[in-house]
Design a protein around this ligand. Structure first.
Ligand SMILES: Nc1ncnc2c1ncn2[C@@H]1O[C@H](COP(=O)(O)OP(=O)(O)OP(=O)(O)O)[C@@H](O)[C@H]1O
Length: 279
């Protein structure tokens, strides 16, 4: 099952020290994501992308506006939302299978069934045969596959992804981008995917929401009319892809310093989210 996400007039302020005025990280953010849609969110560093995802994840509350998932207001984290972060957030003392089972422990499934479901999702992400390996025995790409399997295993309605491929090398990133599209096509989940990379946003998103900073807001939402089969293979040489890519680049140029085409980004670890790992 999948659900739509609606943000209306969302603002987020953080308190400042020493009695200074609060810091406005987001202001007046409106965004509608349809059930089953894949929306990529692109913007320069510090424009509030992760703050926005934290709000949808229910880790923080908006200062103003409203957010609903499937028409329900968000009151905190929940199993209707799966999260995947740049840092894999796997428990090092658990095998790949046990890490995926972790996501299911909050459900009421009996243990044997949890194990079967975890196997099924490891298969979905192409990790059959690696069930008994520990995170240190897996490559970065494989760890991120486990993290994706874990977030999908409890069958959330939406998948929130915060720069999930930023820490991977270019080739692994490309492979996982293709895999993610395949998984999305198969599961029909609603996906919100945050990235610094213009190429990545255009490649993955059915729509690309462009954000600018101070305070963060969405300045444009572009349709990406590239059918699935054109996203596979050497899509970057497709003239339509180049046109869309340039359009996003120009929008980002209008108000912000240049953003590298596919620059990986460092984000500080956020232990609470990472240990929780699920919505
Ligand atoms: N808990 C917090 N307290 C105070 N300020 C915060 C907090 N979290 C984020 N900010 C500030 O809000 C702004 C937006 O941060 P956020 O991490 O959402 O941006 P981002 O677009 O995800 O950045 P990046 O692409 O570099 O990860 C930044 O200026 C950041 O310093």
């Amino acid at each position: 099952m999948s659900a739509g996400i609606r943000l209306e007039g969302v603002g987020k302020e953080f308190p400042s020290r020493g009695g200074a005025a609060p810091f406005a990280a987001l202001a007046g953010v409106d965004l509608d994501v349809a059930a089953g849609e894949f929306v990529a969110l692109v913007g320069p560093s510090g424009c509030g992308k992760s703050t926005l995802l934290d709000l949808v994840g229910g880790f923080t509350r908006p200062t103003s506006g409203s957010i609903t998932v499937g028409g329900r207001p968000i009151t905190g984290p929940g199993l209707d939302r799966g999260l995947v972060f740049q840092q894999y957030a796997l428990l090092p003392w658990r095998t790949a299978l046990a890490n995926v089972e972790l996501g299911l422990e909050a459900t009421r499934l009996p243990r044997r069934q949890r194990r079967a479901v975890a196997r099924e999702y490891l298969e979905l992400v192409g990790l059959t045969g690696a069930e008994d390996r520990y995170p240190h025995q897996l490559s970065g790409g494989m760890r991120q596959r486990v993290a994706i399997a874990r977030s999908l295993a409890f069958d959330p309605e939406v998948l929130l992804m915060d720069e999930p491929f930023a820490a991977l090398d270019a080739q692994t990133r490309e492979t996982l981008q293709g895999e993610l599209l395949r998984i999305w096509d198969r599961t029909g989940k609603t996906v919100v995917f945050i990235t610094h990379g213009i190429d990545e946003a255009v490649l993955l998103g059915q729509r690309v929401a462009v954000m600018t900073a101070r305070p963060g807001r969405i300045t444009a939402v572009l349709d990406v009319p590239l059918p699935m089969h054109r996203r596979q293979g050497d899509v970057r040489s497709d003239p339509e892809f180049a046109r869309l890519r340039h359009q996003v680049w120009e929008l980002l140029q209008e108000e912000a310093p240049p953003v590298a085409a596919d620059a990986p980004a460092e984000r500080p670890a956020e232990p609470l989210r990472e240990v929780v790992g699920v919505g």
